[in-house]
Design a protein around this ligand. Structure first.
Ligand code: COA
Length: 357
């Protein structure tokens, strides 16, 4: 039976770093509050577009897989912060890579987006429609940050991660998955004014950024991520003791801890990098995959569980068996352009638009 296995991985994190102490200079918060309530110490602020970060991550993933862009037959860019409504961010990624002609689409399931993309890509390969698929999670959430709202401004950051999925006859890849969404909770986390319901020009700045009921999102996330993660392990015919690594969406370290407890996993089996990047939405999991492999946290044949939740409210989980290669076939020197702007300078347009509290 044809399966889909991850053969390449990569990331692109913008260099400008916004620390908790930086934030404390512009909004009533503290490093102590942010660290203890979320686990976040700093986040990256991008000076380039989502497609630029996505393309650099993709170059690294292609090199790790030993492929060139023209080998791809499908590109899925998972993002809720697209460069433009049309054409898609995926079209720009395809253009930058030079993967002319291959199918390309954006997928928006917010922070659950990468797992949605992983499952769609896997099933396209299993169906025989595609054989070499690039899946990118890339976000520029800083564009939407209202620094007058301390309950959201401290949580999010920018970045991109990518994987290559290839067809294989080996018994590896996604073993079980679950995608879901509770539309009746869609108002709990929203950026509405960039859609056709409104525009920034006519909207109240206070309603123009990320609007979130943090406590309710937290309550639902804690239950949903753990439950769905346990279900995919059970559905894959494995037991919790077979899980080698949990790579969870990085939204809040307390939510990650609760998910790990549900899976009865010791901390050594949980990948956490939220301290460095905050919540980069669809990018958190592919960035974590790239870092986990680079750090030797993924063994050949490892059983990895992914779990996420996000706006929608969407959720997703997958149990995956890694293939036999954890070394990149090759490396790429692709990099984002340099910038002399600080993170504080990069967020100044937000402060000009939204104001400060
Ligand atoms: C946002 C979140 C960190 C807030 O943590 P919390 O423990 O629920 O905090 P609360 O909302 O109960 O607020 C407690 C107090 O801290 C204050 N507070 C909120 N943000 C703060 C900040 N950045 N710095 C200092 N104080 C802050 C609140 O105003 C409140 O003060 P009050 O008691 O005087 O009213 C937490 O709810 C969360 O992580 N939710 C999930 C959000 C998420 O992951 N969204 C993305 C989904 S993919």
């Amino acid at each position: 039976m044809t399966n889909a296995t991850i053969t390449g991985w990569g990331k692109a994190m913008p260099p400008a770093t916004l620390s908790n102490d930086d934030l404390a200079k512009i909004v009533k918060t503290s490093d102590e509050w942010i660290t203890t309530r979320t686990g976040i110490k700093e986040r990256r602020i991008s000076h380039v577009d989502v497609s630029d970060m996505a393309a650099v991550a993709a170059h690294h993933a292609l090199a790790a897989a030993g492929l060139v862009a023209s080998d791809l037959d499908l590109i899925i860019v998972c993002t809720c912060t697209a460069d433009s409504t049309i054409p898609s961010t995926a079209s720009r990624v395809q253009e930058i890579l030079g993967a002319t002609g291959c199918a390309a689409l954006d997928l928006n399931a917010a922070c659950s987006g990468f797992i949605y993309g992983l499952v769609v890509g896997t099933n396209m390969i299993k169906a025989g429609t595609n054989s070499k698929v690039l899946i990118v999670g890339a976000e520029k959430l800083s564009y939407h940050l209202n620094f007058a709202d301390r309950s959201t401004a401290v949580l999010f950051g920018d970045g991109a991660g990518a994987v290559i999925l290839e067809a294989t006859e080996d018994d590896v890849g996604v073993l079980a998955s679950e995608l879901g969404l509770d539309g009746d909770a869609r108002d709990l986390l929203a950026i509405e004014v960039t859609g056709t319901k409104g525009t920034r020009q006519s909207a109240d700045p206070a309603q123009s950024g990320i609007v979130m009921n943090g406590q309710e999102v937290f309550r639902r996330a804690v239950t949903t991520m753990g439950d769905s993660a346990v279900r995919v392990v059970e559905e894959s015919g494995l037991s919790l003791g077979d899980v080698d690594l949990l790579i969870p969406h990085q939204a809040n370290s307390r939510i990650i801890d609760a998910t790990a407890r549900r899976l009865k996993l010791e901390p050594a089996k949980v990948f956490v990098n939220i301290g460095s990047y905050g919540n980069t939405s669809a990018a958190t999991i592919p960035v974590a995959i790239a870092e986990a492999v680079e750090q030797g946290r993924v063994e050949p044949g490892a059983v990895i569980v992914f779990a996420a939740f996000g706006a929608g409210l969407s959720w997703a989980a997958a149990a995956l068996k890694w293939g036999d290669r954890v070394e990149p076939v090759s490396t790429s020197d692709a990099a984002l352009p340099t910038t002399d702007k600080t993170a504080m300078e990069l967020i100044q347009p937000n402060i000009d638009f939204f104001g400060l509290a």
